[in-house]
Design a protein around this ligand. Structure first.
Ligand SMILES: [Mn+2]
Length: 424
């Protein structure tokens, strides 16, 4: 299933006048309009291979129709997303859920729909069929050296798959932790993790990075060995320049000031990038921007300020990826919504009056500072995001176009109504 350009153009034609009116209205007040549009056009968000199927919970899974049955079909789906939004030009693979059996043909297939491969993700939080030793009590932190070795070797294998695909980062999330007080020696668990990560680090090609993700709880409920950004940063600093900290928005305790964490990691040159999602209670993995879009904007405000302070390229110098799971929506529509929410927050951050904000901060003018921050947030930047997308050949209204073109119906015809994608 491929979305043809003329169909997108037809859909855009219906919305042309309405879009132009709204765009002209907001554009009149944007001082650096061309720069904002260029940055928005360049900004892409990676789609994870596990998000193309309907997610489940531990209570069950309600699969949707036309789910991708193979890696090839997942790439096809990301191709559809990218054709519509022109902002999702890469895929992140999860090994072993999506093993590229023939890297050359997978790479060629991806290139046909304008995609490349971003970070590869290892998995030592589940036991796989035919696996010799169990990860029940952890992987890289395990008390038994043989289990640690098995987990290290898996990560090195994932790097090899990534090299074949042209990826250049390994993303590591560990579920290692403990469920009960006394179960684990925290110091030894940390040291084992460091030792294991060092072995993985040694196997990284020169131009590769390793991203160390943290999470406070779940599936373990007493301690997690890489539980917060401090523990991740400690590991990344001990490992070296190729290691940095990955922030997953859902991996924080309630009310954590994530924007402050981001600001400091950026300052230290140790922010790897993001796993975007949203949450109300815990690691809910809801659609980005669906619960707390203001927090997302505040995070982007720090990102833009911090990246500019270091002269970084917004689009290329950090990893931007969605990590969400949804059990009631069409995954493609959900991903289109997530990408849109990210770009809206980014656009708002781009139009913040930085010079005025700095002046207000230096004068301790708290009211003025808040006014400046909220002025950008309360601006309807959606026509700017849509204009950038339009100029790239994307749809003015991606979700509407997806429905109009009856993509899901087509996929169900091709794949059947009872297909189940690999993943959780
Ligand atoms: Mn994540």
């Amino acid at each position: 299933m491929k979305v043809e350009q003329f169909k997108i153009d037809e859909s855009n034609h219906q919305h042309k006048n309405e879009h132009q009116r709204k765009f002209d209205y907001v554009a009149a007040d944007v001082a650096n309009l061309d720069e904002v549009l260029q940055k928005l056009a360049a900004f892409n968000i990676t789609i994870p291979s596990w998000a193309l199927g309907t997610g489940g919970t531990r209570f069950g899974r309600f699969s949707g129709g036309g789910e991708p049955r193979s890696l090839e079909e997942k790439i096809e789906d990301v191709g559809v997303i990218h054709a519509l939004n022109r902002s999702s030009d890469s895929v992140s693979l999860h090994i072993p859920w999506d093993i590229p059996e023939n890297a050359a043909s997978i790479k060629a297939l991806a290139a046909q729909v304008g995609l490349r491969f971003d970070a590869v993700n290892s998995n030592t939080f589940q036991d796989q069929k035919d696996q010799q030793l169990s990860y029940k009590f952890g992987s890289l932190h395990h008390v038994d050296k043989a289990v640690r070795k098995q987990a290290v070797e898996h990560n090195i294998q994932v790097i090899k798959y990534g090299v074949e695909l042209g990826s250049n980062a390994l993303s590591v999330w560990l579920s290692d932790g403990s469920n009960f007080p006394g179960q684990l020696n925290f110091r030894k668990a940390f040291q084992n993790t460091l030792e294991s990560l060092k072995e993985i680090y040694e196997a990284l090609p020169d131009d590769w990075k390793v991203w160390v993700e943290y999470k406070p709880y779940e599936p373990n409920f007493y301690s997690t060995t890489i539980g917060d950004w401090g523990q991740s940063l400690l590991l990344a600093n001990k490992l070296g320049a190729k290691a940095s900290t990955l922030v997953d928005l859902g991996h924080h305790l309630p009310n954590t000031n994530i924007e402050q964490i981001v600001a400091l990691l950026l300052m230290e040159g140790k922010l790897a990038g993001f796993h975007f999602n949203d949450s109300k209670y815990g690691d809910d993995d809801l659609t980005v921007g669906s619960i707390n879009p203001y927090q997302l904007y505040l995070i982007f405000n720090e990102l833009v300020e911090g990246m500019d302070a270091r002269g970084m390229n917004h689009a290329k110098d950090l990893g931007w990826m969605i990590d969400a799971s949804h059990n009631v929506k069409d995954p493609v529509e959900d991903l289109l919504q997530s990408v849109e929410a990210i770009k809206i927050a980014y656009a708002q951050a781009l139009i913040v009056d930085r010079a005025a904000l700095l002046e207000a901060q230096n004068n301790n003018d708290v009211v003025r500072a808040q006014e400046i921050i909220q002025e950008a947030y309360r601006t309807d930047v959606r026509p700017l995001v849509a204009e950038a997308r339009l100029r790239q050949g994307g749809a003015l209204k991606p979700v509407e176009a997806y429905r109009q073109l009856a993509v899901r119906e087509e996929l169900i015809k091709e794949r059947g109504s009872k297909t189940v994608a690999t993943g959780l």
